[in-house]
Every structure is written in C-alpha cells, then in structure tokens.
Design a protein around this ligand. Structure first.
Ligand SMILES: C[S@@+](CC[C@H](N)C(=O)[O-])C[C@H]1O[C@@H](n2cnc3c(N)ncnc32)[C@H](O)[C@@H]1O
Length: 530
C-alpha cells in the first residue's frame, strides 16, 4: 500500500468530483436534514478526495455533502486533497474515514472487507494489522454476507443487528434463516432471544436427523424380530445400532446347533460378527456373553479326552479386523453356590486325590468397543440415561453375581434379564436401538423395551417363535403341549451336556488334544491364533 505524498486543501469544482469506486458506503440514505443544514450554514467542513488527474478527483469521505451541493446548485467545494494514492490505499482510507464517524452499517463493512481481500489481495493477517479487527472478527464480519439478501437488507436498515445476523447464520438453511429473521423482526426479538430460538430449532433438527437414521422397528408379526440368518442384516442401515447384547451359540451340542462342526460354527459366528460391526455406531459397544468350550474334543469331536477351548481370543481376532476391540471382561458368576444341583462333583471314595476338577460356575461377558467417537443425544437424554452412583458401584467391579435361569421356558439357553439390563443401562442411551443377532427367546428385546430403548433381533430357528411371542407379550396364550414337550427334551439335552465327572477326566500329556489351530480347517486357522 502506497503512502500519501501530498495533502493539501483546494477549492474544487463539484463537477470534478466523483465517488471513490471502492467507497464502502453503498447508499447515501436520507439527505433531507443535511440539505436543510447546508442551506442554512453552508458546507462547513471540507470533503476528502484523492487526485486521479487534473480534472478528476475521487471522493473518499463526504460524498453526501457533494450530493447535496449538486442539488443546491453549489458549484465549488473545499477539499482535502491526497495525491499519490493507489486504489487499495484510497479504498482503505475511505473505509477508515467513514467508519470513524460510524457511518457504515455492518453489511457495508463486510462488503468493504471482502473487496480488500478479493480485489486487493489482503490476507486476514494484513487486515488485522490494518485495523479491521482480529482475524476471527474479520471472518465473522465476512460471514454476514452469507445471509440471504433480504436479511442483509434488514441489517442495513438497522431493523436487525449484526448479532442477530450471526445467530441466524447458525441455522444453515437460507429459507429457515429468512423465516426466523421475519419472526425476529415482527416479534421484536432481542439477539439473545433469536439465539435461543435458533438453538432450539437446531437441537430438534439434530434429534429428527438421528431418529431418521434410526431403524424403524418393523411392525411385522413379531415387531422387531427377523426370523432369518443374522449373517445378512441388510434391513439395518450402517451404524444404526447403539448397542449389541448377545449370547451366541457356544457349539456345545445344544439342540439349535446339532450337527454343526466347530469350523462351521466359526464361519457362522464370523459372518454375524462382520454384520454386527457394520450396523454398530462408531464408539458403540458389543456385550457378548460367550463361554469357553469346556469339553472340547477337537474339530471332529472324536478325541479321546477333552480340554478347554478358550473363545475370547477368537472373537477378538474376528472383530479386530472390523475396528472393534476387546476392552473389558466381566465374569458373570451364575451360581454362587458351587454345588447347587451339581451332577459333576461326586466326592466319593473313588475321587482321586490330586485329580480334582474345578466346577465351572461362571461365564465371561466380553465387552468390545467399535473405534470412533460415540455420538451423544440431547443433554436431557444423556442425564436420564446415566447410571446412578449406586448402579455404578454395583456394575463397575468385574464380577457380577447374577443367578442363572433355572427354568428354561421354551428355549434352552436363555440368559438372565438382569445381565442384559446392566449392559443396556451401561452402554446405551434411552431411545437408541439395541440389537441381538442371536435372539433365542427374545430376552434382549424384552429388556431393551422395558428400559425405554428399541429392540431388534434375528433368530434363524423358527421353533422359538412362540417363546418369543410370549416373552414380548405378542401372544398371551400358554405354550402348547408340543413346546412344553420340546422344552423338556431340551432340558434333558442340557443335563447331558454338563461337564464330565472329575474322576473320569484325565489330563494326561499322552494323547493330548490337538491344538485349536490343528482342529480348525485351514481357512479358519488364523482365527485361533490371535
Ligand atoms: C445362546 S442362544 C441365545 C439365547 C438368548 N440369549 C436368550 O436369552 O434367549 C443362541 C441363539 O442363536 C440362534 N442362532 C444361531 N446362529 C444364528 C444366526 N446365524 N442367525 C440368527 N440366529 C442364530 C440359535 O438358534 C439360538 O436360538
């Protein structure tokens, strides 16, 4: 920017004067009172001009006086004349002089700053140095030009302030901005009131957007239940599920997994885990209740003696590749009396010392978390969803004593409602959707709904339809004889699947079981080598 070289006072012809092309003041406004005053006292103070050539001078300050002089037929006027200004300096000086006298409205200021940037190439830092305000206030001023032109006019007229404008800009949608600006005007809203209206609107819009993303629980025969394989949950959009709570089949010979080899079991689980990872929100949790296989006799089930097949690392490996990581582990103590109804501990004269077996009375609940940031609903829902201190004291320790289900009414492997309830309360917000891809009897959906969440689930075995209907209150009728007989059969199977008696179990090194890596088919091999 060039500096002034000469600064003199001259009497110039009105016809020699034209408005500086980059003058920040766009309109002269009402000239009546100025006209009356000039008529009475004449033009007292000189206008400021920049010399372009002998016959042309640009008025950078005082152009309203020139206009009145023209109207009154005045032929000459005293001018402070600057020479040697480049256009950028003229524009800037014009701004400074007019702004000093608070003659510019906020839109004129914004337009001028835009001109300084776009036409003369000044950066925000340059503008800060030149006195246009801090870089962020320059940006704020420029942002006003994003307002619809009707709203800009309201600011020019002074019916709305720049703070109104800044608040309205948070609405994003220009139609909505115009509508709210009109309301602000007609109701005489302060900028603060306008801000609160805008914030309420945005909050509601966010909630609507979230509920639009949420899957609608289908109103089919059993609302929210899909009788199909969960390896395809295409009904559920990506990242539409707030929490997954489930207990997959363990591959321990339950009637719903009869004839399924260990390798097939892993293929089933892996496909469902991939879908779960897709539908879960970023930062969302999967609570998976899955026990180790206690009497594992190899992939073909033919080994002469059994060993434990741990499962947590297999799930970890399956989920890790989808960005879902094992974060915590809860030990569900499902029977605090280790000898209740126990058929495996026969402490008799035949029991060999140094060969005692541990009686399994617990199962792990693996807590996985998907990477990314967990989005939160409105503050009131967050507050309503939060655990109480008492709940936290009960849930945070890693051991949960919760009695197992003793009466399997229509499904052989139900988990207790209390277990599901704790997971839902800990890891989901009220109003979110909780998914169970291995629905079984429908426990997860039932508890989710009782806790003010939506519940959806997949079950591929339609034999459990009536049980699910009963649990979810879709049909009130009692189990049919068929189902009752079936339940008994299932209980018998369960008994048969209890761990073996200690005295017949020999953990000898001779003939030791194949390792998990060996028993699983080649393409599953890597799953067990976490
Ligand atoms: C351990 S049970 C779940 C019991 C459930 N937690 C309850 O409280 O009733 C596992 C269930 O998953 C079902 N299942 C197994 N593989 C499945 C798959 N790929 N898709 C859907 N359901 C499946 C089985 O039929 C079985 O009912």
């Amino acid at each position: 920017m060039e500096k002034t070289s000469i600064n003199t006072i001259k009497e110039l012809q009105i016809k020699q004067l034209i408005k500086e092309p980059n003058h920040p003041r766009k309109e002269s406004g009402n000239l009546d009172s100025l006209l009356q005053s000039i008529k009475k006292d004449g033009i007292i103070s000189p206008v400021t001009v920049v010399k372009v050539n002998e016959n042309v001078y640009h008025v950078i300050d005082g152009y309203r006086r020139v206009e009145v002089a023209k109207k009154l037929g005045i032929e000459t006027i005293y001018c402070i004349v600057f020479e040697g200004y480049d256009p950028a300096t003229a524009a800037h000086q014009s701004f400074v002089l007019n702004n000093e006298r608070a003659q510019l409205n906020e839109i004129e200021i914004a337009l001028h700053i835009k001109k300084m940037k776009d036409t003369f190439g000044y950066s925000h830092t340059d503008l800060e140095i030149m006195g246009y305000g801090s870089k962020s206030s320059v940006s704020k001023k420029l942002n006003l030009l994003e307002l619809p032109s009707k709203v800009q006019k309201m600011i020019v007229k002074g019916s709305l302030t720049k703070t109104h404008g800044e608040n309205l800009l948070k609405l994003k949608d220009s139609k909505k901005i115009e509508k709210t600006a009109k309301l602000a005007l007609s109701n005489d809203w302060s900028a603060k009131k306008t801000k609160s209206v805008v914030e309420k609107h945005n909050k509601k819009a966010n909630q609507d957007k979230k509920s639009a993303q949420k899957i609608r629980v289908p109103k089919q025969e059993i609302p929210g239940v899909y009788f199909k394989d969960a390896n395809d949950m295409s009904e559920l959009p990506d990242e539409s599920i707030g929490l997954i709570v489930t207990s997959p089949p363990y591959n321990v010979g339950m009637e719903f997994e009869k004839g399924v080899s260990f390798a097939e079991h892993l293929v089933n689980i892996e496909a469902v885990m991939a879908e779960c990872s897709r539908v879960l929100v970023s930062g969302g949790t999967m609570g998976i209740n899955v026990a180790d296989i206690l009497n594992f006799r190899g992939a073909a089930g033919k080994n002469t003696f059994s060993q434990i097949q741990p499962m947590a690392h297999i799930y970890q490996k399956m989920l890790r590749k989808h960005g879902v990581y094992l974060r915590d582990q809860i030990i569900w103590v499902k029977d605090s009396n280790p000898f209740t109804k126990d058929i495996t501990v026969n402490y008799t004269e035949k029991t060999n010392h140094a060969e005692y077996r541990i009686v399994a009375r617990h199962e792990p609940v693996l807590i996985f978390r998907k990477k990314g940031e967990r989005s939160a609903p409105s503050e009131d829902i967050v507050l309503e969803s939060k655990l109480t201190k008492e709940e936290w004291k009960m849930y945070a320790p890693s051991m949960w004593k919760i009695d197992r289900i003793r009466k399997f009414d229509g499904h052989p492997a139900m988990f207790p409602e209390e277990l599901v309830s704790r997971l839902i309360k800990m890891y989901s917000y009220i109003g979110e959707t909780v998914l169970d891809p291995f629905l079984g009897s429908g426990t997860t959906i039932k508890v989710a709904r009782e806790l003010g969440r939506d519940g959806v689930g997949y079950e591929k075995d339609t034999r459990y339809k009536e049980t699910i209907m009963k649990k979810l209150g879709v049909a009130e009728k009692p189990l049919t004889e068929d189902v009752a007989a079936y339940s008994k059969k299932v209980l018998d199977e369960l008994d048969a699947n209890q761990p073996e008696k200690p005295e017949v179990e020999v953990m000898a090194s001779e003939g030791m079981l194949e390792t998990a890596e060996e028993i699983i088919s080649d393409n599953q091999k890597e799953l067990v080598t976490a």
